[in-house]
Design a binder for this molecule. Sequence first.
Ligand SMILES: Cc1cc2nc3c(=O)[nH]c(=O)nc-3n(C[C@H](O)[C@H](O)[C@H](O)COP(=O)(O)OP(=O)(O)OC[C@H]3O[C@@H](n4cnc5c(N)ncnc54)[C@H](O)[C@@H]3O)c2cc1C
Ligand code: SF4
Length: 331
Amino acid sequence: MKPFAYLRPGSVAEAVRACAADPAARFLGGGTNLVDLMKLGVESPGLLIDVSRLPLDQVTRTEDGGLRIGATVRNSDLAAHPGVRGDYPALTQALLSGASGQLRNTATTGGNLLQRTRCPYFQDVSKPCNKRAPGSGCPAREGAHRDLAVLGHSQDCVATHPSDMAVALAALDATVVLHGPEGERTVPVTGFHRLPGDNPDQDTVIRPGELITEVVLPPPAAVGPSLYRKARDRASYAFALASVAAVLRVREGRVEHAALAFGGLAHRPWRARAAEDVLRGGPATEEAFARAVDAELAAARPLRDNGFKVDLARRLASGALAELTSQAAAV
Ligand SMILES: Cc1cc2nc3c(=O)[nH]c(=O)nc-3n(C[C@H](O)[C@H](O)[C@H](O)COP(=O)(O)OP(=O)(O)OC[C@H]3O[C@@H](n4cnc5c(N)ncnc54)[C@H](O)[C@@H]3O)c2cc1C
Ligand code: SF4
């Protein structure tokens, strides 16, 4: 591993200043992804700015009744928070479906959003990869791509985004708060991660030196009942082959509000706007759910070995919507 300097800043302003001043600097959250990538030689920062002890470790209510989640809140603490468990169950379920207990005790909210793809070529510095070394090629397109994208991929990259938490946040209409050299700005989670296009080295819209300080959830009444379902190769400690976060409010048998996001299918959490358009105002029936999900997945362009993911996603999403409908009927 290349030697690096280590800084533990005392404030957000100091962290941002230090990062903006050094293009080779990286923020360090729990380190569960960044340190692994350093060991593999994928990342070689000259300076690690340890933000994990900044006072960003609280979950608090916003004035309108939503939740403000500090960027250094650990995944375990967030999953267990009563306000999250009670009002945003999809978020708790997504967090608990990811990684392992030990990893969740260390991983932070900010770091989870910015974890890198698990594409095997990206993690192997002996192979070409446009995301790691722009212009070098994408061996996954013709190679091992069973776990990779079926939606929104490009000629240059077919990677998927690995975070479960981000998928739930996308369906829950959360926003990310960023502090950078030019001040503060907010970005909806649905617009935070990018599609690969011809510059897959950019995972997100984050700008140089910007620090994630918070994630904000809207008030529960603006969201509604939610759940997260994930299909993977083994029951724990595995990334999603396909996953879905679903939000559904039904009134008198008709869909009042629906939000659907897929994980494991694309370079970013995939908000299913076409499905939502079909669902909104329609009957809350299994036939209507299947029609809506099909409308979204018509855009899928599977690669040679990953067509099975489309069917997995179809079943997960239709099942999640049906489950939310029966939960509402049982109340
Ligand atoms: C074996 C294994 C299995 C896993 N399985 C899953 C899974 O099933 N589902 C899942 O979702 N995840 C899974 N993970 C990933 C895990 O959730 C992430 O590694 C973790 O969430 C990253 O958080 P961190 O705080 O450790 O990030 P770090 O490793 O510290 O940082 C990750 C990136 O974020 C940047 N960063 C960190 N904090 C900030 C901030 N506040 N502002 C700006 N940039 C920041 C860093 O510079 C770095 O680029 C798994 C990991 C492992 C090792
Ligand atoms: S899919 Fe993306 S990350 Fe994987 S090899 Fe191709 S360019 Fe690299």
